[in-house]
Design a protein. Structure first.
Length: 40
């Protein structure tokens, strides 16, 4: 089973890590919460 990781980073005022994760999931990727790395 493949492991998918996501690195999400906020670089502008209009971005949030939550909506970036939603976009990743909307693109068809399933990322376990423990495999999401965030940076603000």
């Amino acid at each position: 089973m493949p492991r998918t990781f996501a690195y999400v980073r906020v670089s502008t005022v209009g971005q949030t890590t939550e909506n970036q994760i939603q976009e990743i999931e909307a693109a068809g990727f399933r990322v376990e919460p423990r495999r999401v790395v965030t940076e603000t």
